[in-house]
Design a protein around this ligand. Structure first.
Ligand SMILES: O=C(O)CCC(=O)C(=O)O
Length: 249
């Protein structure tokens, strides 16, 4: 990371607190495009004749509510508009001071929570737990998780809760399923963290949050009256990642 990177607020927060929020990075027009893509992806997920063009694309329905599409893995491979947001220059400007100029996308997902849908809680976890140490290396400095709010994002809407500075607490793999269970706090006990310290990501559509591979986070059910979609990608320095999709040229 260059001298310039050290001076940027979001880089300092990412390194010191484990997360940062960038307000208004994307416009209302951008959000309209993302909402259209969300509707198209939902239609594909429900179309029995749809054949995904890549095996990484996976549609997951909430375990206790099979009518509710809760997660799409690698939607960028099914939708060119989502792919264009994955490699948008505004994200490059955020990420390159942390990751350098050669960046790949190691994860890509649409997390969807309809109002009142059950089985959409994401238990507290660290994203490092999805990594394969021989393929994804040096995650503390080579990985940035990035979430773009498509809808208003708050605790009431099942928004992400983050434990500040938890990226320094160590690494633990949760012993319970992360998707669709409850917020289970065993990982917090193991790392000596308290749920009471969690902050809520309060995001407007177009805001972006970034956090580290070791930042402990989770999210509850959507008790609001509106949907909550979060378009998420995990970016890595290409030198530390042996798979994924090339990003930003
Ligand atoms: O959207 C959510 O509620 C969870 C997102 C998340 O846990 C992640 O991207 O790692």
């Amino acid at each position: 990371m260059g001298q310039h990177g050290k001076q940027l607020r979001h880089v300092q927060e990412f390194l010191n607190v484990g997360y940062s929020v960038l307000r208004g990075l994307f416009s209302e027009e951008d959000i309209d495009k993302l909402k259209t893509s969300r509707a198209e992806i939902e239609a594909k997920a429900r179309d029995p004749n749809y054949t995904a063009p890549d095996p990484r694309i996976r549609f997951r329905f909430a375990p206790d509510d099979p009518t509710h599409l809760s997660l799409v893995d690698w939607p960028c491979l099914a939708d060119p508009v989502l792919d264009s947001f994955r490699i948008d220059a505004r994200l490059f400007d955020v990420l390159s001071p942390i990751l350098g100029p050669d960046i790949v996308t190691a994860r890509n997902a649409f997390f969807l929570k309809s109002p009142g849908a059950s089985g959409t809680t994401i238990g507290f976890h660290q994203d490092a737990q999805w990594g394969n140490p021989s393929v994804h290396r040096n995650l503390a400095r080579s990985y940035v998780q990035c979430g773009l709010a498509v809808d208003p994002h708050s605790r009431a809407a099942g928004g992400v809760q983050i434990i500040p500075r938890s990226h320094r607490a160590g690494f633990a793999i949760t012993d319970k399923p992360v998707l669709g269970g409850d917020l289970h706090t065993s990982i917090l006990d193991e790392l000596g963290l308290k749920q009471a310290d969690a902050i809520d990501l309060e995001l407007a559509p177009g805001d972006v949050a970034i956090w580290s591979a070791y930042t402990v986070h989770g999210s509850g059910p959507n008790r609001s009256a509106h949907p909550r979609a979060f378009y998420v990608s995990g970016y890595m320095s290409s030198a530390d990642c042996d798979e994924g999709e090339r990003a930003f040229g």
